[in-house]
Design a protein around this ligand. Structure first.
Ligand code: LRH
Ligand code: MN
Ligand code: MN
Length: 392
């Protein structure tokens, strides 16, 4: 039985998929060895939004922008409201608020897991401030990533650190409004190398379960051990109603933060297939990018990343569910695999070009951006761009 979704259903799903771009991807970034400054990068949060508006204009698929505090700090809560208005005037909305409890000297031994209660309080206050900011920006999601961990066996008590983490999370959870969510992000290693306090989905999930339904897990695709089956994690979290969203990026080795879909487009397809299979396109899961463009031009790299996520999604939507189900039920391993590979091997670029044309935008976002003259305009007008915060 052939039950490929009809093309209009596929197109409708593609039209509604929104991919959030991160403010920090627009600024200069690098490795710990060197930040190569690029001319024309934004100097202020507003200029980051100007660039994000170009990405949305050319893709039609990137209507929200994640902020990172204090990288995008505005003086007062009024400042955030004004920034939200500035975004709206450009056809954008402000997205997830990312906390940052990893760049102060005080956090050498951790933030909310630090053995010193005064440091824990400082970190907690920052997380609560982030919820205040969400109130001002209208953001739904608070994204929490902790660099907390230890480098040496015995350095601190692993169990006590979990207790401290749980306590801080519970306080922040209580502060959330009815329509706000807490997304807990995990990472196997870096900057700590012996233990991370939230190293994996299981730890994040255990805390989320205790907290309640507004707490969800976020999967950063660069945060696993090599060879980890990320799509399995995605499938499981969706099944449990705990997939809050993604930080998409790709990697060859560790947390490389390269363009989503660049290193392993097949993995991105497998992830998106589980998203489609598990209802994740409609579950409220946030499709965010979290990446840095150290050597390539930033705006077109972000456009390319958005397109890569769209292409993986289109292929996943094209999987013939009926044929797959039949092959699986018959135990026909090769036929089942062939159904998936058939979808993966489809050239979906003409389909996406049609979706764009039907939405009144240029079918080729990369070419449209190149022609727009924006790249030269920002070089001419912006002098002394800022670093994203990474490598600062
Ligand atoms: C940590 C991380 C986390 C941070 C971002 C800048 O590696 O993925 O999401 O907030 O990078
Ligand atoms: Mn991340
Ligand atoms: Mn990361």
């Amino acid at each position: 039985m052939t039950t490929r979704p009809d093309i209009s259903t596929v197109k409708a799903a593609l039209r509604t998929q929104a991919i959030e771009t991160p403010s920090w991807a627009y600024g200069n970034s690098g490795t710990r060895f060197k930040v190569f400054a690029q001319p024309g990068v934004p100097r202020t949060p507003r200029e980051k939004l100007d660039d994000a508006a170009r990405v949305h204009q050319h893709t039609g698929a990137a209507p929200t922008v994640a902020l990172h505090i204090p990288w995008d700090k505005c003086g007062s809560s009024g400042g955030y409201t004004e920034l939200a208005t500035y975004a709206e005037e450009r056809g954008l909305r402000l997205g997830a608020i990312n906390s940052n409890v990893f760049q102060d000297d005080d956090y050498k031994l951790g933030s909310v897991c630090n053995p010193d209660p005064a440091v824990r309080r400082k970190a907690l206050d920052h997380l609560l401030e982030c919820v205040d900011i969400m109130d001002a920006t209208g953001s739904r999601d608070l994204k929490l990533w902790f660099s907390d961990g230890t480098n040496y066996p015995g350095q601190d008590d692993i169990r006590a650190r979990q207790d401290r983490l749980g306590e801080a999370l519970a306080t922040v959870y209580e502060r959330l409004g009815d329509h706000q969510r807490m997304l807990i992000e995990y990472k196997l290693f870096e900057p700590a190398f012996y233990t991370m306090d939230v190293p994996d989905w299981g730890t994040a999930y255990a805390h989320c379960l205790k907290l309640g339904e507004k707490a969800q897990v976020v999967v950063d695709t660069g945060h696993h051990a090599p060879g980890t089956n990320i799509e399995f994690i995605v499938s499981l979290l969706l099944r449990e109603g705990k997939l809050g969203g993604f930080d998409f990026n790709s990697r060859f080795y560790a947390d490389d933060d390269l363009m989503a879909g660049a290193a392993d487009p097949f993995q991105l397809f497998r992830i998106m297939y589980e998203v489609v299979r598990g209802g994740g396109l409609d579950s409220g899961a946030a499709f965010m990018l979290d990446q840095c463009h150290n050597v390539e031009a930033k705006i077109p790299a972000i456009i390319r990343s958005v397109m890569n996520v769209q292409e993986a999604t289109a292929k996943a939507l094209l999987v013939d569910a009926g044929a797959l189900g039949e092959a699986q039920a018959a135990g026909d391993v090769l036929a089942a695999n062939a159904v998936l590979m058939d979808a993966y091997s489809t050239d979906v670029r003409p389909l996406l070009a049609e979706v764009r044309e039907e939405a009144g935008i240029d079918p080729d976002p990369m070419a449209a951006y190149r022609r727009s003259g924006w790249a030269q305009k920002i070089v001419d007008e912006r002098v002394g761009g800022t670093q994203s915060g990474w490598g600062a």
